[in-house]
Design a protein around this ligand. Structure first.
Ligand SMILES: [Zn+2]
Length: 318
């Protein structure tokens, strides 16, 4: 009995040694493989591909931690005429869902579509909002639906709802989270709307005129009771032709506001030409087709509109 007892203790010790050795080997293996060239862990969450940074920001708000959200056109890029890069092709091949604005702002959507798997849903968020589009006011595309609907925060609320519905369809298990995230984001945009109204209230009626390069602020102007003009109608036509500049020079003189604005994604040389001829001040940038870098002045959608309203109030207010 005694000997048996000792023997079994010995076996137990031996057993524990074996377990320890296995643990040590396992940990060592994990450490070694972690040090290798292989990525430590693949992100297994479904990939949502958006077409530009504003849509990426709105989508990320709804997704929370449950989905991976990327953008094709990066910060500061020209969304109308973006050219897909190698990274974009990889993302599109791995996409579970593609969110794009629609109303033809992404001139390159055909190529994106043919790159993604055929069963991947493509959701034109602006078109799905049901909001009535405003017509492009001048140029070759005059009368076509203007695509910049997100610039009205009340329509941006509808963007959030379209995105939420697309996410619930993609990943019904996390429905409650998508609903909660959307409600929070909507509440923030509703507060933002009244905040912007207050910021812009310092601008008297006769100075509520914003003149920019691309006439991309129609929805913003309508929401906040401003008049709006641009040198050209949309970025996918000729930009800054002599007759376009001449037309705006006349407008600036007639309006008497004495300020022209440039946008973050467009060269300011066209508004500078207008300013030289009219003596108007050049102000900017305004943000419309892209947010700023994360450490910039307009890193997300609310910050972008807040920045625009402050800049307008500073230059048009009395
Ligand atoms: Zn644009």
């Amino acid at each position: 009995m005694k000997t048996g007892g000792l023997q079994s203790v010995g076996r137990r010790r031996e057993g524990r040694f074996l377990v320890r050795a296995i643990i040590v080997l396992f940990v060592l293996g994990a450490v070694l493989s972690g040090c290798g060239a292989e990525p430590v862990a693949e992100d297994e969450r479904p990939l949502v591909v958006t077409t530009f940074t504003v849509l990426e920001d709105l989508a990320a708000r709804v997704a929370g931690e449950h989905l991976r959200v990327v953008t094709l056109a990066p910060v500061g890029a020209e969304i109308h005429e973006w050219e897909l890069n190698p990274r974009n092709f990889v993302d599109l091949e791995n996409a579970s869902l593609v969110l794009y604005n629609g109303y033809n702002i992404e001139q390159w959507m055909g190529q994106a579509r043919s790159t993604a798997a055929s069963d991947v849903p493509f959701v034109p968020v602006a078109e799905e909002t049901g909001a009535e589009p405003l017509p492009i006011i001048l140029g070759d595309f005059e009368g076509d639906p203007d695509p910049h609907l997100w610039m009205n925060p009340r329509i941006a609320v509808q963007y959030l709802e379209v995105i939420r519905n697309a996410f619930i369809e993609l990943d019904p298990e996390n429905t409650a989270a998508y609903e909660r995230n959307t409600d929070e984001a909507i509440a923030e945009l509703e507060d933002l709307y009244s905040e912007l109204e207050d910021t812009l209230a310092v601008i008297p009626d006769e100075r509520r005129v914003m003149i920019t390069s691309e006439a991309a602020f129609l929805y913003f102007a309508e929401a906040f009771d401003l008049e709006h003009e641009g040198i050209w109608g949309t970025n996918h036509e000729e930009e800054g032709a002599p007759d376009q500049i001449k037309r705006v020079i006349d407008l600036v003189r007639d309006s008497g506001v004495g300020v022209v604005f440039y946008e973050s994604t467009i060269s300011d040389r066209h508004v500078r030409a207008v300013a030289e001829d009219t003596g108007a001040t050049v102000a900017g940038p305004l943000y419309v087709d892209s947010v700023s870098e994360p450490d910039g002045e307009a890193p997300d959608y609310p910050a972008m509109l807040r920045h625009n309203a402050r800049l307008l109030a500073e230059h048009l207010g009395r």
